[in-house]
Design a protein around this ligand. Structure first.
Ligand SMILES: Cc1cc2nc3c(=O)[nH]c(=O)nc-3n(C[C@H](O)[C@H](O)[C@H](O)COP(=O)(O)OP(=O)(O)OC[C@H]3O[C@@H](n4cnc5c(N)ncnc54)[C@H](O)[C@@H]3O)c2cc1C
Length: 547
């Protein structure tokens, strides 16, 4: 029997990463009296995508350099028309003020000799990426959260949302150290738990060797779906080329500074306008891979500049990695491989359906960052919509009573966890997750077809039923892992269902249906997923920009 701890909040934030920190700070700025609580699965000081530092804020519309209109045009093109313009516009519109706020907080945003911000071109139009030198950015943010008087509950994994009468009423969490069940009543909940990094299995076979923060296992997608929110873009199974055997960012940093991409035949890929992810991935799938990043033609000072970013802000371990492989960028190219497939509303286009006010289909439930679908929003979106969600939540909390908890729902959350804890089968959770994610590679990643996606759904159903029977779940930590496996299973069901609905090829290799190889103009819109009365995934189609 799990012990129960009760917590009262006005605003509960699930996930203390980029979006969660900004939401918490903003809520306290606006309402110092509000009880703001954060459930963070890891430790807020070093959790989430930001933990290793950040080299740029990818979308900043600097006055005189780029406009929100240009940004929306560019992003719409990048996502092949499936992008609601208003949230992206609002993000770009607020981006410059946000950058200035980060600077006031002590984040180093380098400027040139004349005091101008640097800006790099990573979109098809406009220079929107602003470099930052911020290896300690997560610590800076988490300190601000503490200083603001937010109650941070570390090692608490959000498990399920509580609702009453169609409105959010709080959430149940699990203390992954003690095994206590934490029941939090809250008037508003902000989901900020990132995307699903642990979706496909990386080439290396390491469960946690993912590009994105591996603690993000799609819990937010799963919680939102189970609570009745809408999701979209789940068929956008994102992959991009990264350093082989080291899933670290590289492309934005080196391509914007003159590096070239070449294939295994030594041919340069991409023309005057640069090289897109799609072109690079196609080269690999066409059998001309591996592909490489080459900097041998760059002047020494440029290579040194790149090294200083890669080996400090981005990931210090890269220095050791390249030394170990005998790679000096001045002499040798870097081999790339496609990453595992992931679901993400930050780099990709998957997530909870939100409007420009970060509202979901469940009243009082907001979503921000990689868990929400604002395609290609990156760090800017996490920060801006973290703030937007907090502003909306504060307004809601001030104007309404907090709903009472539904004891049946709390009981169901307890039963779910206790059922998993009673699993004493022969299969370790590691083996179980490995098999699930290998099947995701086999049946959900591109190239896709009707048969494969159908197989994915069959396997998801089977594995869901088998988990409590064949796996072993011992103790609080493993219970947290088992709940993550359930979230990955939910994501697999959602992704395969959406993939089946989108009977066309869109976004290149992110959704390549070999049985429907062309784009269908009738499908220029959103495949929207929601939970049916019997727990099934229901689908509908909504036009771009509609609610
Ligand atoms: C390697 C890498 C490099 C990047 N570089 C750039 C860049 O240079 N510029 C840029 O603009 N963008 C960049 N991005 C994208 C950007 O970092 C993300 O879009 C952004 O940080 C997402 O913020 P988030 O709050 O949604 O997720 P995260 O910051 O990942 O936070 C999610 C948090 O939720 C917690 N969590 C997960 N599940 C639960 C649960 N069930 N209960 C409680 N807590 C939970 C996690 O522990 C984590 O702390 C990069 C991303 C990666 C992965």
């Amino acid at each position: 029997m799990l012990d129960r701890v009760d917590v009262e909040a006005d605003i509960l934030i699930i996930g203390g990463g980029s979006a969660g920190c900004l939401a918490a700070i903003r809520a306290k700025e606006l309402a110092p009296e509000a009880r703001v609580v954060v459930f963070e699965k890891g430790h807020i000081h070093r959790s989430g995508s930001l933990a290793m530092g950040m080299d740029a804020v990818n979308i900043v519309a600097i006055p005189g350099e780029g406009t929100p209109e240009e940004y929306v045009e560019s992003a719409t093109k990048a996502f092949h028309g499936v992008l609601d313009p208003t949230p992206s516009y609002v993000m770009a519109e607020r981006s410059f003020a946000l950058l200035q706020k980060l600077e006031r907080w002590g984040i180093n945003v380098p400027k040139d000799a004349s005091g101008n911000y640097q800006s790099l071109q990573v979109h098809s139009k406009g220079k929107f990426a602003v470099p930052i030198m911020a290896p300690e950015i997560k610590v800076t943010l988490s300190n601000k959260v503490s200083d603001a008087g937010v109650t941070v509950l570390n090692r608490i994994q959000g498990v399920s949302l509580l609702t009453r009468g169609g409105r959010v009423a709080g959430a149940v969490g699990l203390n992954v150290r003690t095994g206590e069940m934490v029941v939090c009543r809250a008037s508003a909940v902000i989901l900020a738990s990132g995307g699903c990094a642990r979706f496909g299995l990386p080439d290396s076979g390491y469960l946690f060797g993912t590009f994105d923060f591996p603690g993000n296992a799609g819990d937010g997608f799963s919680m939102a779906f189970r609570a009745g929110a809408e999701l979209t873009g789940m068929e956008f199974t994102r992959t991009s080329p990264l350093i082989k055997d080291m899933s670290c960012p590289l492309l934005y940093i080196v391509l914007t500074r003159g590096a070239e991409v070449v294939n295994a035949f030594g041919e340069k890929i991409g023309g005057e306008g640069g090289v897109s992810m799609g072109t690079m991935l196609k080269e690999i799938y066409d059998g001309k891979g591996p592909i490489f990043i080459s900097m041998t033609h760059l002047p020494d000072e440029k290579v040194s500049e790149i090294e200083s970013i890669l080996f400090t802000t981005e990931r210090p371990i890269q220095r050791k990695f390249f030394k170990g492989r005998g790679i000096d960028f001045r002499e040798k190219a870097i081999e790339l491989r496609p990453t595992e497939v992931q679901l993400c509303g930050g780099h990709g286009a998957s997530g909870i359906r939100v409007d420009e006010r970060a509202q979901t289909a469940v009243r009082g439930l907001y979503a921000a960052g990689d868990v929400a679908c604002v395609p290609g929003q990156h760090l800017t979106g996490a920060f801006v919509f973290g703030e937007v969600a907090a502003e909306e939540a504060v307004a809601l909390v001030r104007g309404s009573e907090s709903p009472a908890l539904d004891a049946t729902q709390v009981g169901e959350a307890r039963e779910r966890m206790e059922r998993l804890l009673s699993a004493h089968g022969p299969v370790t959770l590691h083996e179980f997750e490995y098999k699930l994610r290998r099947l995701i590679n086999n049946y959900i990643a591109s190239p896709k077809n009707e048969y494969k996606l159908g197989q994915a759904l069959e396997w998801a159903e089977r594995l869901e039923a088998e988990l409590p029977k064949v796996a072993t779940v011992e103790g609080a930590h493993q219970l947290g892992r088992a709940l993550e496996v359930e979230a990955i299973l939910d994501c697999a069901r959602l992704s395969a269902t959406a993939g089946r609905e989108r009977k066309e090829t869109r976004w290149g290799l992110q959704h390549l249906r070999t049985d429907y190889p062309e784009a269908d103009p009738k499908l220029l819109g959103h495949i929207v997923l929601q939970r049916g009365d019997g727990g099934e995934v229901t689908t509908s189609f909504k036009a771009v920009g509609s609610r």
